[in-house]
Design a binder for this molecule. Sequence first.
Ligand code: GDP
Ligand code: IMO
Ligand code: MG
Length: 421
Amino acid sequence: MNIDILLGLQWGDEGKGKIVDALSPLYDIIARFQGGPNAGHSLEFNNVKHVLHLIPSGIFHSDKINIIGNGVVIDPAVFKKEIEELGPPVSELKKRLIISTKANLILPSHRILDAAYERQKGNLKIGSTLKGIGPAYTDKTSRNGLRVGDILRKNFRDLYNEHLNNHLNILKSYDFKFEISEYEKGWFEGIEVLKEFQLVNTEYLVNELAGKGKRLLAEGAQGTMLDVDFGSYPFVTSSNTISAGACTGLGISPKLIGEIFGIFKAYCTRVGSGPFPTELNDETGILLRDIGREFGSTTGRPRRCGWLDLPALKYSIMINGITKLFMTKADVMTGFKTIKICTSYKVDGKECNEIPFNNDSHIEPVYTSMPGWDEDISGIKDFNKLPATLREYIEFIENKTGVPVTMVSVGPDREETIFRK
Ligand code: GDP
Ligand code: IMO
Ligand code: MG
């Protein structure tokens, strides 16, 4: 079993990019399996912060293969910009990065449709990143999409125009003003850049390499609570963010999966609309946002902040079959006298451990309070040297979830990562 998965257990932004980068030396291949440029994965080393949207977080390791799998939706304009701003020369990136011919394309008109649909929803808007994700996945499942392999066809321009016309027809009923020519220019430039990369049927490659004993880490995007089936629908993204998504998004059998690492923040954040039971609309929420620099990596929007939500965490662990937990951003809560942790819900006045189907249900979190810690933990390298109260917090989570916390992240840098021996 050579394939492990790392994915987010909350509403995204758990620190996936940082940890995938830190784990990359243990793997031969790092692969994205779903989502698209709605993702913003940050990683830091040598005092420089990088934010990745489409490119897997193993890209800075020169001896690794990075794969963008068939389950991802790609905007060529975003891809071009990301490649140009990354740092390593493009000639070098072409060796390290392989893209699935079966990944679907986000067209300029998908972004416009995204904006038109959101405006139509008014107060019920999803809070989408407006990168065209929903319309691109809609076209994929309704069998109207264009895929990366199509860019090599002689009649690609005609195919593009057919798709564009379909979208323009839909937009006629939306009374939505837009300007597409600028988008299109960057998009077609991006297509040319994409053509220079290795475009292959990555499902063969992945299985061949796994068969030869090579190790692959599948990198999730978004988080379990944003999964299209199991998140707070309709306030979700449009892909399966859960472990099963790695099988469909890369073309691998569940039999090949080994560890499923679930990453969570020591507290919770959410960007965009939708239910968030433990949200703090008070000074503590603002403090978490300011200290944790909780602003979206893709859109810059302030993230909503709140206490750790154990019913949601347990749900995510169940859906994904998490084997090990990784906790990030414990350092952000340093100095908090008391830390609260939600252990169950009262739904419409009744004690309940399930996340209700109905987003309108009134959820009141039931909290346990625990003492905080004052020590600066960012330089600590040994789990046993963490403050006793932080270790008690971790033990409490382990007891409630039944899954060990085997990694604690104490800062944004690659080095600020404690693996428990
Ligand atoms: P991702 O989408 O899951 O990769 O997460 P993001 O990169 O969107 O957001 C996580 C943010 O927290 C980024 O700014 C990271 O640099 C930062 N970060 C990650 N781990 C830690 C940590 O342990 N402590 C602190 N203070 N920041 C962290
Ligand atoms: P990473 O991979 C946090 C949220 C959006 C919105 C909803 C739907 O960095 O964790 P979409 O653009 O998919 O139509 O938006 O999902 N969202 C994210 N929130 N982190 C992300 O990715 C997200 N990707 C989408 O804010 O509420
Ligand atoms: Mg992010």
